[in-house]
Design a protein around this ligand. Sequence first.
Ligand code: ATP
Length: 656
Amino acid sequence: DPSKSKYHPIDDASWSRGQSVPYLALAITLKKIEETSSRLKNIEILSNFFRSVILLSPQDLRFSIYLCLNKLAPAYEGVELGIAETNLIKAIAQSTGRSDKDVKNQLSEKDLGEIAESSRTSQKTLFQPAPLTVASVFSKLKEIAGMTGKASLQKKISMIQSMLVACKYSEARFVVRSLAGKLRIGLAEQSLLQAIAQACYLTPPNQNQADDSIDWPPKKNMINAGSSLHPDEIKARAEKVAFKVKSCYCECPNYDILVDALLKDGVDGLEEYCRLTPGIPPRPMLAQPTKGVEDILHRFTDIKFTCEYKYDGERAQIHLLEDGRVEIYSRNQENNTLKFPDIVNRFKDCIGPEVTSCILDSEAVAWDREKEIILPFQVLSTRKRKDANEAEIKVQVIIYGFDLIYLNGDSLVKEPLVKRRELLKENFNVIPGQFEFAKSVDTDSMEHVQEFLEESIKGNCEGLMVKTLDVNASYELAKRSHKWLKLKKDYLTTGGDSLDLVVIGGFLGKGKRTGTYGAYLLACYDPDNEEFQTICKLGTGFSDEDLEKHTKTLEGHKIPKPKPYYQFHSNLTPDHWFDSAVVWEVKCADLSLSPVHKAAAGLEDPERGISLRFPRFIRIRDDKNPEDATSASQVAQMYKNQDVVKNNVGGAKDFE
Ligand code: ATP
């Protein structure tokens, strides 16, 4: 039982050494996690399961990890599951002898996974199909994800059907949710990494492989490493391991490589295998918002900094691989190479003769070739997403290079920006209108920063990025870092940054809006508790077209009841709940304490949360995952930054 705190990874496992991990063992683990709300307890449950996998069936560790994440490969490989609901309904109906309609009718009470599970129990089969294993489910899911074209549909459905027939107990629930691409057990990737680290600390993987040359059963210290130590010491050591696993994964976000390295040389060998590598896109560094020029000088007192234009386009991480290939990745590690064949083709002319491999951080911005001016983001967003044919490209782009994080075999992330920028300028050539360096000034004069900000806005930019230059100026992968500050023009007019929020509910429209949703329930994300906390009800800023489009998109994300990790007030229950999937950018007049909303509850007020006043819809952020939404602590910070709150003039009032 993986939920036991004194877990024995051999005696408490439901399978034996050398066997493939039964899928049922994973399904039971996922069910326990779903039923448990404590994050630490969930990490323990998952880590116990991984410990058994490490000891008994190490070859299945990577499949187990991918299945827990509802992924089949790293994001940049673009292998995705997301079988349409109607097809899953068909497969469930066919495998259980029910009608499609009958299955569909149940959707108002249960999600499809639960329907599949409860349908199973009443079903008797003539012969017993082979039990599912973690490896067999992974490979079937991968096969299904790889099938394309209309003709493959029936084949997909019959594969799903045969999987469902083999499901026992809660297996069908998780198979169906995985197929729909909606596993969402409420355990974020950081917690999963923590669970892997904890497992590897207690059960060192490189010493326990199912290899006959190794003593079996393993000695006690391999089953429970360091258990003779004081609990605080165990905790401290486990934390160190977790730090290492997480930072290695940051540099090299690929579980195949991570797991291979762990099984081969254990945690000690990780740094050697998991390095920054062209072709494996790391999560980029992000910036903190600021209130204005003065705020910057306040935060960077006595520290040298530089101001760069903040271009309003799309982040492009451009990799030159050793074999000469050029790959382009988005802010979210999606492979955008096929979207930008023009950049790929011109990139070779941008690099100097000495460059054999590199990772360049840059912004791709829409560009008017005739007028030689930057065009707004909205123009760029009309560009085709995939398989663009260079001759047919209508929206031209210019690349503004602003950082270099890898060059000729070496990672540069630990180097200060001043050095990285020097290497960038030394090794890359400007091609006017096609490839340029981000415009910058190094100054500590307030007037100069202000002038540069105004100039950037005139040049169709969003404002400035202000970055530490030599002290405390490394590149922090995957972090929203205090070393980078963003100063947007909007801050000057509306007093604050926009928020990126997750749509978790819909209120049916009335009058003119009948047939669509008239308003939505939005939430921020709290990574500490792994919760989505409501922050506002949003009904303005939409065009009629938007309303129709959103209603259609969200139809596919409807769930019968709120997720256990949604924090909301019962007085504000929407007509329909949605899975946390869609992210919108929203602006507001200001933020206030609220008795109803749950955002950042406990941070600024012991009980009340924070809500947005006069929120309005700006645009869809499909380059963001729900976990990339504005966080609870960012909301609290924004609330605190407001002048009304700062000066305590009356305080902000509740507004619902
Ligand atoms: P938003 O784009 O709404 O500001 P975000 O969370 O995507 O939010 P931020 O960290 O807030 O990203 O802002 C940094 C983004 O600005 C980068 O992801 C990049 O795409 C863009 N950018 C434009 N110019 C620069 C620059 N000179 N340096 C760094 N990033 C830049």
